[in-house]
Design a binder for this molecule. Structure first.
Ligand code: PMV
Length: 324
């Protein structure tokens, strides 16, 4: 039965093996598979409500009418929902998060995972996780991974049917913690959507893509064996490779700041001293420092002492998307 309103909640995720560039931009089919950890504590809640008076969808972020760019992105996503369901109705979509935008934690993954679930409920589409993962992918690629909790792999696939995420291990499998060192809260100059299109202009992208399955394999094994040393090696390598592609695109994308590199070097130094720590950086200057729960307080303290670090957000593994 269709409902006229549904609310869902989802968490952001941090990629351990990165998604960067598509083989098909229109359907968001990634050039390579990826692996992530869903982040607990942080969430985005999305309410989707049918409004018969509307002639197009209306998006509200934190209670305010969203920017035109955000409206367009959400309407494009909802057009897929309308096409799949055969129902032409428009909705009021209200999104609120408990973490600041621009905190270095991608809000689009949590938002589109929650939106996919709430919209599927309202439009009577299937709500099994595999189908939701495909749908969320059309809003933001990384959102397909936030449908699941814990450790998640996105199978790249070659078309809409074959590109979706699967769970690798539940959240309690390994007590990894993500300590995000925030060095800037400014909105990123180049969106990841634009970045994905530029990836193919880098001469390094073919090499990154061709070798991605080896890193996926190494990362999957490190997670399943709870081998922090192996995880650290492959996670840092993969982050550095993605940023090498970014820096060698036309035009080049430099997401790092001076502080980013300082933190990365500090993390390597701490690891050489025996601490279980490694870094990974997304499309922004903030550094995600992974560690084990027992070391999280030490890492948080050390990170906050570094000049230029404006704050540290600590997140343990979280659950998948749920209706509320
Ligand atoms: O889902 P998007 O289009 O916001 O792209 C995410 C890109 C990275 O965060 C840099 C990497 C990833 O796999 O999450």
């Amino acid at each position: 039965m269709d409902v006229s309103s549904a609310t869902a909640l989802a968490h952001p995720n941090i990629a351990l093996i990165k998604y960067w560039g598509n083989s098909d931009d229109e359907w968001t089919i990634p050039a390579n598979g990826s692996i992530s950890l869903t982040l607990g504590g942080l969430f985005t809640r999305v309410q989707v409500t049918v409004d018969k008076a509307l002639i197009q969808d209306q998006l509200f972020l934190e209670g305010e009418v969203a920017s035109e760019a955000a409206q367009v992105r959400v309407r494009q996503f909802m057009d897929h929902v309308r096409r799949f369901s055969g129902k032409q109705m428009f909705c009021r979509i209200e999104s609120t998060s408990n973490f600041p935008r621009g905190s270095g934690i991608a809000s689009s993954a949590a938002a589109f995972a929650a939106m996919a679930l709430a919209a599927a409920k309202v439009y009577g589409l299937p709500t099994d996780p595999c189908e939701l993962s495909r749908l969320a992918r059309l809003g933001s690629g990384s959102a397909c991974r936030s449908i699941y909790g814990g450790f998640v792999e996105w199978i790249a696939g070659i078309d809409h049917q074959s590109s979706y995420a699967i769970p690798l291990a539940p959240k309690d499998y390994w007590d990894l913690v993500d300590c995000v060192a925030v060095v800037s809260t400014e909105h990123k100059a180049v969106s990841s959507r634009e970045g994905h299109r530029l990836a193919k202009t880098s001469p390094l992208q073919p090499c990154r893509v061709q070798t991605a399955s080896q890193r996926i394999e190494r990362c999957r094994r490190a997670i399943l064996e709870r081998d922090f040393g192996q995880l650290a090696q492959v996670v840092e390598l993969d982050s550095n490779l993605m940023h090498s592609v970014m820096m060698t695109s036309q035009p080049p994308l430099f997401y790092w700041r001076g502080e980013t590199l300082i933190i990365m070097e500090e993390v390597r130094r701490w690891r050489n001293q025996g601490q279980p720590v490694c870094y990974t950086v997304d499309a922004g200057p903030n550094v995600h420092v992974l560690t084990l729960a027992a070391h999280a307080e030490w890492v948080r303290e050390k990170l906050s002492q570094i000049a230029g670090v404006k704050g540290v957000i600590v997140a343990a593994p979280g659950e998948g998307a749920v209706l509320v």
